[in-house]
Design a protein around this ligand. Structure first.
Ligand code: ATP
Ligand code: MG
Length: 573
């Protein structure tokens, strides 16, 4: 492709509404253009990356035995009424009527339509297992579309659905998809983790989210440095092997702690570490209960674990008046001794003795406090937020590393939720009707490309990995008016194209400074610069975008070198 004949509208300025790097760079590099909130044009340069992602997904899905099909965007309400989701799905489901006043929706996901296909076409267990997928535009009327392709309203997704006659079959189908997903994101050249998204074995359903690691990620995740365990911090389990309560040795003592409010202040005033204190949080729940939650001084409460433990809709730190009413002191001095409300504690507190707690009075704390002796704990549970260094709950030797992640894929064992509601059955070997056991598997195509940019960029622009980059090599002629430069560039360009390399020739009559800025911005992995001075020595300059590494390569070896570098970067088996 020649730059002068292409449409690659780069921008110097960062668009005002683009909060994250991928959105900024995709817009500035002419990959996408906004049409309406959460709705974008895929410009030629961006579409090339999208198509590459689709192709990787397609190849790996096919390899895993899934079969491609394509379902309509417009779904009749009828099918959604059968599953019960017509009423249950929120406003994200864009509902509309056709000219005959029949209800329809834009498919945000396709469980209903696929289940309808399968119940009408698959009759016998012999036709199973079956896994059907599509790469299709979805519509979800997201309340806050943002971050460009990361959270759009209209976006491209690969969604696959597996059908099996029993649970064992469904688990095998799930595992195949899990492995296929690992290959897909490895092939893209991305750093990622497969995170347990739902530990609940209830109803035979479980799921993993695939997270691309990036500082801008919406999700906090932890992963074991020794085994495969990874989880959202909100869900990460914490265990304490061989935890014993040490004997109480100190006497309970009231101490004055004038003007010392925070854990850090109190600890340093008493010449202790925050970990030798126990903090007391007064919490209020949706069930109108006020209770005290104890944590080691340096720990944070995980509200989701607390909500799950209590089985309530929400649990929040209590308002100042409530704290005053139950503790008799303003917020900041609460302690478990003498409280009339339920006291629960994080498991870790079980391993503590002779600690410091609040005194339920201004500027007063207790030292030498011990549960069981000085106050009662009605329940110990896993209540705190996981952090770097915490021990892995699955293996004996590993500990947690922390990351931020972007959810790019999701594998989900559905069980019989849709097949039962929509009466999708097959006959088993005994001729008995069996409800199909399903799984569903999604990958955000555009979100993955955006996440790849979040993970691979610098101050000057993007540096997409070779498998997802719109072109593989940029040939940049420093001065197209110079005959030798132009001819050498054209020759190299033709040779690369002939060898099947995706080359973009910057043949614009622009200042070198502008060309280099654009080259850094659009971030094509390899750049060959053809300049008068090097050319006189029989050399081209070859630069790798990601590492910045620059070498001089003899003119007649350049095509071969480029071909090798491209082949190495795409190699995967
Ligand atoms: P999220 O929690 O981010 O809203 P989700 O859990 O609702 O996503 P799924 O229904 O699991 O998403 O969809 C499968 C995949 O589709 C996601 O892993 C993500 O990569 C992609 N995806 C979902 N919603 C969007 C969106 N609004 N824009 C772009 N991609 C999306
Ligand atoms: Mg999801």
């Amino acid at each position: 492709m020649r730059y002068t004949q292409y449409l690659l509208p780069t921008l110097k300025e960062t668009p005002a509404d683009a909060e994250v790097v991928s959105h900024q760079l995709m817009t500035r590099a002419g990959m996408i253009r906004k049409v309406a909130a959460g709705i974008y044009n895929y410009m030629p340069f961006g579409l090339r990356s999208i198509r590459k992602m689709e192709q990787i997904v397609r190849e790996e899905m096919n390899r895993a035995g899934a079969i491609e099909c394509l379902m309509p965007m417009a779904n009749p309400a009828e099918l959604w009424q059968e599953s019960g989701r017509w009423e249950k799905y929120g406003k994200e489901l864009l509902r509309f009527k056709d000219r005959k006043e029949t209800d329809f929706c834009m498919g945000p996901t396709h469980e209903e339509v696929i289940t309808d296909i399968v119940r009408n076409t698959v009759k016998s267990y012999r036709q199973l297992p079956l896994n059907l997928y599509q790469i299709q535009t979805k519509f979800r009327d997201e309340i806050r579309p943002r971050f460009g392709l990361m959270r759009g309203r209209e976006f491209i997704m690969k969604d696959a659905y597996s059908f099996d006659v029993d649970d064992a079959g469904a688990d095998a189908s799930y595992d195949k998809m899990y492995q296929a997903y690992r290959r897909i994101f490895q092939r893209c050249g991305l750093k990622f983790r497969a995170v347990e998204a739902d530990s609940g074995a209830i109803g035979g359903s479980f799921s993993h989210e695939f997270m691309v690691l990036a500082d801008s990620g919406e999700d906090g995740i932890v992963s074991c440095d020794a085994c495969e365990y990874a989880a959202n911090v909100e869900k990460a389990e914490l265990i304490y092997r061989g935890l014993k309560t040490p004997p109480a040795t100190a006497a309970l003592q009231k101490v004055d702690t004038p003007q010392q409010k925070t854990i850090e202040e109190v600890a340093s005033f008493l010449k202790l570490e925050p970990r030798q204190l126990v903090k007391t949080l007064i919490v209020q729940t949706s069930e109108d209960e006020v209770l005290a939650v104890l944590l080691r001084g340096d720990r944070e409460l995980n509200e989701i674990k607390l909500v799950n433990l209590l089985g309530v809709d929400w649990a929040l730190l209590a308002e100042d008046e409530v704290v005053k009413r139950v503790t008799g002191a303003p917020t900041g001095f609460a302690g478990p001794i003498g409280l009339k409300i339920r006291v629960i504690a994080d498991n870790e507190v079980k391993g503590m003795a002779d600690f410091v707690v609040g005194g339920n009075a201004v500027d007063v704390h207790y030292t030498g406090a011990n549960f069981g002796r000085d106050f009662e704990v009605s329940r110990f549970a896993d209540l705190r937020q996981a952090v770097t260094g915490d021990p892995c709950p699955r293996c004996d030797c590993g500990s947690f590393e922390s990351w931020r992640g972007i959810e790019v894929g999701h594998v989900f064992k559905l069980g019989t939720k849709y097949s039962a509601a929509m009466n999708a059955t097959v006959l088993d070997a005994e001729g008995k009707a069996r409800t199909l056991v399903m799984g569903c598997y999604g990958i955000g195509i555009g979100r993955t490309v955006a996440a790849a940019i979040e993970q691979n960029h610098d101050a000057n622009g993007m540096a997409l990995p070779m498998p997802l980059a719109p072109f593989q090599v940029l040939v940049s002629m420093v001065n197209p008016k110079d005959d030798a430069v132009r001819e050498a560039s054209e020759k190299l360009y033709r040779e690369l194209i002939k060898q099947g390399i995706e080359a973009l020739l910057d043949d614009r009559d622009e200042r070198p400074g502008i060309k280099f800025k654009d080259a850094d911005l659009i971030g094509i992995p390899l750049r060959v610069t053809v300049g008068e001075r090097n050319l006189k020595q029989g050399m081209f300059e070859l630069k790798q975008r990601a590492s910045g590494e620059t070498t001089l390569v003899p003119v007649d070896e350049t095509a071969k070198t480029v071909r090798q570098l491209v082949a190495e970067a795409l190699d995967f088996d």
